[in-house]
Design a binder for this molecule. Sequence first.
Ligand code: NAD
Length: 423
Amino acid sequence: MVDISVIGSGYVGIVTGLGFAELGNRVIFVDIDTKKVEAINNSIPPIFEPHLEDLMKRNRKRYYATDNYDEAILNSQITFICVGTPSNHDGSINLEYVKSAAKNVGKVLEEKNRFHVVVVKSTVVPGTTEDVITPILEQNSDKEAFYDFGLAVNPEFLREGSAVEDFFNPDRIVVGAKDENSKNILSKLYSSFDCPKLFVDIKTAEMIKYTSNAFLATKISFANEIGNICKKLGIDAYEVFRGVGLDHRINPSFFRAGIGFGGSCFPKDVRALISKAEELGENPKILKSVMRLNEEQPLKLIYILKKYIPDLENKTIGILGLAFKPDTDDVRESRAIPIIKKLIEEGAKVVAYDPVANENFKEIFPDITYTTNVEEVLNAEAVLILTEWEEFERLDYTGKIIIDGRRIEKAKKEAKIYEGICW
Ligand code: NAD
């Protein structure tokens, strides 16, 4: 049993902390958002994620949340930094939250007598832990990293929507460490996991995370490019990807065409890697194309819609799905954003339904109509499918005009007019 503190209780922090609690450890969550602190202390999941509520209820005695760094760091042996690392306007990584967390942790480390390990779980571009986080921790603690206290990187690979399952069944665990103490403590913490464990240097661990995300984003943009060609040729891209994905060197996962990738990771991580590469004098041509294609792809859906309704002025267009993927309420960089923006520009009236993401989307588009009654969306003049929620496979699409960005088979079979983005 280890006492762990987790800084930042968002998608990564809350799942990581509760996962460790389920394994028998005691966890203290720290967040600057007092609403999240209160929700966690009342066993209310601060985000929507399958199985999270069960984990919270089952482990109630093993965790609590606070906004007090002193309390959390002094009463734990390991601290995971899980705060956000969003994009700056120029695409580079914004380290404001990581720096602030490191500063606060460093200040408490000054008063701490027992050995403590700080683990960076936030996604940070290679070099950040050693060049940015280390000096902040050292200056604020007046101690030496890798000697007086441990410091390691442990990138997170969970997928929103299946984050709890991914925590317990990772494909691999990557630890970037320099000091033996940190390696040993993390190796013990993860001892019950039966998966490959890679102990590498700090920069390598940081780069593994970016390379994974850049590769997956590339796979999606590649699928979309092939899908666009298939559509022009009258070929069903899904049949093509099924045939290609069976090749074990390629694998079917993340190999489907649609309106592109969104979420809090792929777009910002690819942008940050592009920015870092340019800073180093490299021109990452593939990554730039991946992003360009991902920006153009969602708008193809509007182009298809206009084949059936050329003038969208005052037409009611229904939207099925706002979350960037199913089983999450996360709308960060959702492909629904550029699509709805374009519909509004064209004068359409938008009525939208998402099983869990309506509230989060309202913060971006307060003025469109949101409904909890999916029939209102289906009664629109045409319907765009933007997220592949499982429940959309159970709707009645008879007599409707459906333009599908995600491939809902029932809609394909039933709709009066049906067209898919790449099929
Ligand atoms: P998030 O925005 O959901 O959560 C971050 C949390 O940190 C928020 O609750 C915020 O209030 C809190 N916070 C910010 N500054 C703080 C501070 N100084 N002290 C304490 N709390 C603070 O972010 P997320 O999606 O969980 O991502 C966290 C990191 O993990 C990012 O670097 C992200 O790239 C990476 N990551 C995310 C995912 C994912 O699927 N979301 C997967 C893998 C890796």
